[in-house]
Each structure stands twice: as structure tokens, then as C-alpha cells.
Design a protein around this ligand. Structure first.
Ligand SMILES: Cc1cc2nc3c(=O)[nH]c(=O)nc-3n(C[C@H](O)[C@H](O)[C@H](O)COP(=O)(O)OP(=O)(O)OC[C@H]3O[C@@H](n4cnc5c(N)ncnc54)[C@H](O)[C@@H]3O)c2cc1C
Length: 384
């Protein structure tokens, strides 16, 4: 089969339509309103409460196996659920670094014991995971990771180092991150992927504010933190390969499903209808283009899912998603602020959404880095 040649079936089966109706009905009846930001201690607790309700009703992780709290739903049904989730105005998932980033890697690389120990508690929002990738000297250049793991004479490992920009680190219970376990190694080699409880001796978590004033970030300091061998995900010194599986999920479809953007585009159209005087022809063109782009992303992801179902991994293609969704999000929110004019300063959701959209081209690997990946790995251009 050649790459990307599968026809995309745009029709829904009876079961899928029924699944959509059931999820819509439940979400409409249950979605909470007026939660505080999930990047504050109080708001995070409210979000976790909501995620527990999702879990109890088995909507938290629909595509996972039933024994881990899912419904064994297909990827198509997961996409449908995501569309309905955002259409209903449900809050962004504070468990996302666990369920959308770590979990696919645990399914791929975890031992059966690790899967049993991690996945159900993650789905139930009992264990809350944060991502310990970035360090003061390793952002875009993740291979410069300096945190290290040293074999403990009594067995297991001692972890030491500093992680930064850890989203919601101050509120989470566990961290996944890379540590250099082969001291003689350089760059991508000799790194190991560890799973670390944040209440372990030697861990200090210090939350700090983002641009919008919320305590959304944390620095995590590790000093001689003991973990067992079962804290390693994938092989010893094989952390880079395992981490690339996580970044594929982070950049691609899993973290940012199209429903998030198509629902924002629908809200933007509503806003334009409510403000016919503000919607100048030039602004209307931008709004229509942003709506078209959201639909284009939707169709692109349907093609991607078709490929995944046919057994093909998106690989470096997830960098295309990342550049597209992050820049689209900025365009959608900028158009909304232009419609609102001076009132934008009084409008919480669009202004907050705009501020967060500005971070999109940075997190999950900056867009400059994604363009390098697209140039080298998808287009085959020379590195220099
Ligand atoms: C909202 C948000 C949430 C985040 N959450 C987390 C988290 O939970 N866990 C975590 O580990 N990290 C997190 N990060 C950190 C994020 O991963 C890093 O900010 C990102 O990888 C960039 O690293 P840096 O900030 O060190 O910038 P640098 O790597 O110092 O880059 C600075 C600038 O140089 C450019 N640049 C660097 N190298 C190249 C190159 N080779 N070619 C072209 N341009 C280049 C970059 O594109 C960027 O514009 C988050 C960031 C944000 C904004």
C-alpha cells in the first residue's frame, strides 16, 4: 500500500450515529459551567472532579479497553466524542498529559504490569501526570538532557536534575521524563524514560506563574530520588525512541483533535452573526478562511485516522498537524478579538483563549523545529 493512498470514508455507520447521539445527550446534561482555570489550584481541583465524573460514566477514555475504564471504541468514535465534547463547551482536560501523551506510550512500550498499575488510575484521575521533558539547558534541543539516573547499589536508580516549564506540575502526582543513564553517552543515546512519583523523597516542586497570572508551570528539582527498575518505560538507554512515541502523540491528533478547532470556528461564526457591524468584508474573509481551515484540519485528520486504521504510523507527519493547528488557533482567536474590538478586554473566554493560543507555536516543540522536521524528514531536504 502506498503512503496515504487509502480512500477516506466520510459516511457514518448507524452505530456511530447512535454513539454520537448518546455522547451528546450525556454531555449536554452534565458539562459543568463556570469552572475556574485548570491552571490554578482551585480550578484544577474542580477540573479533576469533572474528570472523575467523566470516568464514572465511562466517557473519560472511550477508545481504551474496558478494563482500563474505556469502551473499546474505535478511533472514529473517539473523534466523534471529541467533536461532541468541544461542541458542548466542555472544559479542556487537565489529565491530558497522562491520557493523551503518556498513555499511548504505555500501551506501546509498557509491560503488562506497568499497564495495569498505571492506566486505570490515570483514567480515573487518581494519578495525575505531568511531562518532565524541558530543562534549563534543554528545550528545543531535548537531546541535551542533563538530568541523570545512576544505578543504586541497593538496586533501582537514583535520579538527579531539574525540569522546567512543567505544565500543572504543582498539582500533579507523577512525572514522566528523560534521564541520562549512560554517563559516557552523548545526545540521543544513553537516555532512559522514567516514571516518577512526585511525593518521593528528594523531589521539590515549585509552581510559578504564566503570562496570564495562573500558576500553570512548575520547576521540578530531583535530588537523589530513588525509584525501582519498574519505573523505566521501555528499555534502559532506549529513552529517545520511547520519547519519540510520546512526541508523536503530543504534536499530532491525540493531543489536539479537530473538534477543538471546528467548535471554536462555529463559535466565531456565531460571534460574527451577533456583531454584523463589526464584521467588515476583510474581517469576514478571515473568519470564513479560518472556518475553512478548521474543516480542512478535520478532513486531514480523517485521512490520518484512515491510515492509522490501515496500520500506518503518522511519524513525522504529526509535525504537519502541529504547525497547522497551532497557527489556526491563533488565527481563530485573533479574528474573534478583532470582532470584539475594545470589548475584548472584558471578554474572558476569547481573551484567555487568545493568550493561550500564543503558546501553541511554542509548546509540543516549537514550530521552527517542526518546520525543520518537515523539511528534512518529509521533504528530504538537506540538513544545512
Ligand atoms: C504553554 C506551555 C506549556 C509547556 N508545557 C511543558 C511541559 O509540560 N513539559 C515540558 O517538558 N515542557 C513544557 N513546555 C516547554 C516547551 O516544550 C519549550 O518551551 C519548547 O520546547 C522550546 O524550548 P525553550 O523554551 O527552551 O526554547 P529554545 O529551545 O531556547 O528556543 C528558543 C527559540 O529558538 C528557536 N530554535 C531553537 N533551536 C532551533 C533550531 N535548531 N532551528 C530553528 N530554530 C530554533 C526556537 O524555535 C525558539 O523560537 C511548555 C511550554 C509552553 C509555552
Amino acid at each position: 500500500m502506498s503512503r496515504g493512498s487509502e480512500p477516506v470514508d466520510l459516511t457514518y455507520t448507524e452505530e456511530e450515529l447512535e454513539f454520537r447521539a448518546r455522547s451528546r445527550e450525556w454531555l449536554n446534561a452534565n458539562v459543568p459551567r463556570d469552572l475556574r482555570s485548570g491552571d490554578t489550584a482551585e480550578g484544577f481541583a474542580q477540573h479533576v472532579e469533572w474528570e472523575k465524573r467523566l470516568f464514572d460514566a465511562r466517557w473519560a477514555v472511550v477508545s481504551w479497553p474496558e478494563r482500563y475504564g474505556g469502551r473499546d471504541s474505535s478511533l472514529w468514535e473517539w473523534l466523534i466524542f471529541e467533536e461532541e465534547y468541544y461542541r458542548a463547551g466542555a472544559p479542556a482536560r487537565v489529565t491530558q498529559n497522562g491520557i493523551f501523551l503518556l498513555a499511548p506510550t504505555v500501551f506501546e512500550y509498557g509491560t503488562p504490569e506497568q499497564q495495569d498499575a498505571i492506566l486505570l488510575r490515570m483514567a480515573a484521575a487518581e494519578d495525575l501526570w505531568c511531562q518532565g521533558w524541558s530543562e534549563p539547558g534543554a528545550g528545543s534541543d531535548l537531546a541535551a538532557t542533563a538530568s541523570r539516573g545512576v544505578r543504586d547499589s541497593d538496586g533501582g536508580w537514583r535520579l538527579t536534575g531539574q525540569k522546567t516549564w512543567t505544565t500543572r506540575g504543582a498539582f500533579c502526582t507523577h512525572l514522566f521524563g528523560l534521564f541520562r543513564t549512560d554517563p559516557a553517552s552523548e545526545r540521543h543515546r544513553g537516555l532512559t524514560y522514567f516514571l516518577v512519583p512526585l511525593d518521593a523523597d528528594g523531589v521539590t516542586v515549585r509552581g510559578f506563574q504564566r503570562l496570564d497570572g495562573d500558576e500553570g508551570f512548575a520547576e521540578v528539582f530531583l535530588e537523589d530520588v530513588h525509584v525501582g527498575d519498574d519505573a523505566i518505560l521501555g528499555g534502559l538507554d532506549d529513552g529517545w525512541r520511547v520519547a519519540m512515541s510520546t512526541t508523536g502523540s503530543e504534536r499530532g491528533l491525540t493531543l489536539r483533535s479537530p473538534g477543538r478547532f471546528t467548535s471554536t470556528a462555529e463559535r466565531l461564526i456565531e460571534l460574527a452573526r451577533e456583531r454584523p457591524l463589526a464584521a467588515t468584508p476583510a474581517l469576514l474573509d478571515r473568519i470564513v478562511q479560518a472556518w475553512i481551515d478548521a474543516e480542512a484540519y478535520h478532513l486531514f485528520t480523517l485521512a490520518q485516522v484512515t491510515g492509522i486504521v490501515a496500520g500506518r504510523s503518522p511519524g513525522a507527519e504529526s509535525s504537519l498537524n502541529k504547525v497547522f493547528w497551532s497557527e489556526l488557533d491563533v488565527r481563530l482567536h485573533t479574528a474573534a478579538l478583532d470582532l470584539l474590538g475594545a470589548e475584548a478586554e472584558l471578554d474572558g473566554p476569547w481573551t484567555r483563549g487568545f493568550l493561550f493560543s500564543l503558546a501553541g507555536p511554542i509548546y509540543a516543540g516549537t514550530n521552527e523545529i517542526q518546520r525543520n522536521i518537515i523539511a528534512e524528514r518529509l521533504l528530504g531536504l538537506p540538513r544545512k
